[in-house]
Ligand binder design. Structure first.
Ligand code: FAD
Length: 415
């Protein structure tokens, strides 16, 4: 037996895009059901960087105080190691007006819990955990709902009928595929391997620390009680790294970061090292009648710059701001086409700009590093700018902290 339920907006995926959209729609009094395939948000090695644009939004939503109470560390600047061992300060967030003068590093599950807790205060909000969308329901070419199934395979299939479905189901979006929307993939030269190392007293408190050699890159950032570490190597190296084994991997980490040599033994085996097949792609068309893709489902971001969460959140804000007036006017199904197209028009340019900047970063930093050319020094132009035109450090910082065309909370969502 299939259980059928109904809502106004079905949001598939409880990541940053889905929960922010759910919260905003609920604050507008729109019936919304968020469907998340996992039972909780406790998945490690997801995006953690909360940029100033998102912190400002949380303040506008009245959630700033609760956000600042979460365990977090601050990123106040970012720099590149130079061949002589010094560091070149590229971006200086302290040049921005407080309190939006840093990037916060917050475990993603804490941020999602905070947002869902706030959303649960709204009577029109509903979230179903442990349910996976398996396909779309369509009538006369218009999406009218989603097929659902408990992720663990138990229980009966369900149908969730809705006036509009928003696919926030990430970079492997099932709904995008079901709608026949195919993203254009862009070349990425690296994959990433995530793991943890213990944090010891005396370790730097707030720096996002990159380290380069002539064949790989390591980035670490401190969590309250451990370091989250990302190792970058040329795309497709996973089989080689695993064949070489854990001792060789530990040696790579210690070579890049001699200060970690005293703790690499805590990586028990290659099972503790989680590979991320890095992808960067973007849909040409983000919507079909009755369906809209946002966040990673519309544009998977490279981890370069750590902007994925923030872009997904901004997409959600724009979607709510554009959809709510149409829904309040009683528009449904194909009547929402122009609103869905308007979301794409508004959010595609920031995605294009950021992905283009990431492609430049891939070439200027990662490809040079893998080719052994970073030892000669980073590319000249940013070095000259950072060294001799100090305001450029504020410009870099602003670009990263707020990104292009940042969104603000609509008045009806503010508290
Ligand atoms: C390992 C890793 C590290 C990253 N590091 C950073 C970083 O430091 N900073 C940063 O800003 N970005 C980072 N990113 C990118 C960032 O996490 C994403 O860009 C961002 O989370 C996108 O948000 P989203 O809501 O669009 O999608 P996601 O966060 O991917 O959320 C999608 C959600 O949909 C759910 N879902 C998927 N399929 C279904 C289905 N069929 N039915 C129901 N639910 C479904 C998933 O379980 C998930 O919860 C990282 C990504 C990864 C994978």
């Amino acid at each position: 037996m299939v259980t059928v339920s109904r809502t106004t907006v079905a949001v598939v995926g409880g990541g940053p895009a889905g929960v922010v959209l759910g919260l905003l729609l609920a604050r507008a009094g729109i019936a919304v059901r968020v469907v998340e395939q996992h039972d909780d948000f406790n998945r490690d090695f997801r995006g953690d960087t909360v940029h100033a644009s998102t912190i400002r939004l949380l303040d506008e939503l009245g959630l700033g105080e609760r956000f600042r109470a979460l365990p977090q560390s601050r990123l106040d600047d970012f720099s590149l190691p130079m061949p002589d061992g010094s560091r070149l300060l590229l971006g200086d967030f302290s040049r921005l007006a407080p309190p939006y003068d840093h990037v916060a590093m917050v475990p993603q599950w804490d941020l999602l819990d905070l947002l869902v807790t706030a959303a649960r205060h709204e009577p029109s909000f509903d979230i179903a955990m442990g349910l996976a969308a398996t396909g779309l329901i369509a009538e006369n070419g218009v999406v009218t709902g989603v097929h659902l199934r408990p992720r663990d395979g138990s229980g009966e299939p369900e149908e969730l009928r809705a006036d509009v479905v928003i696919a926030c189901d990430g970079r492997n979006s099932v709904l995008r595929r079901a709608a026949g929307l195919v993203p254009r993939a862009f070349r990425v030269p690296f994959d990433t391997w995530w793991f943890r190392l213990p944090r010891r007293s005396g370790d730097a408190a707030s720096a996002l620390t990159p380290a380069f050699s002539d064949r790989d890159v390591l980035l670490s950032f401190p969590r309250p009680d451990y370091h989250q570490v990302a190792y970058f190597a040329p795309k497709g190296s996973d089989a080689v790294l695993r064949a070489e084994g854990i001792d060789a991997f530990r040696a790579r980490v210690a070579r890049l970061r001699p200060d970690f040599a005293d703790r690499v033994d805590t990586i028990a085996s290659m099972d503790d090292v989680h590979v991320l097949d890095v992808r960067m792609d973007r849909l040409r068309r983000w919507w079909r009648p009755g369906l809209l893709c946002i966040g990673d489902a519309a544009h998977a971001m490279s981890p370069a710059g750590g902007v994925g969460i923030n872009l997904a959140v901004q997409d959600a804000v724009a979607t709510a701001a554009i959809l709510v007036p149409s829904l309040r006017r009683g528009l449904r199904g194909a009547g929402l086409d122009s609103a869905l197209a308007a979301v794409q028009r508004r959010r595609r340019p920031p995605a294009v700009i950021v992905q283009s900047a990431q492609a430049v970063l891939h070439r200027a930093v990662f490809e040079r590093a893998f080719a052994g050319r970073l030892q000669d020094g980073p590319p000249l132009l940013p070095v000259l700018l950072a060294r001799y035109v100090p305001p450029s450090r504020g410009l870099y910082a602003r670009g990263i902290a707020f990104g292009p065309l940042p969104e603000h909370a609509p008045s009806w969502a503010r508290r």
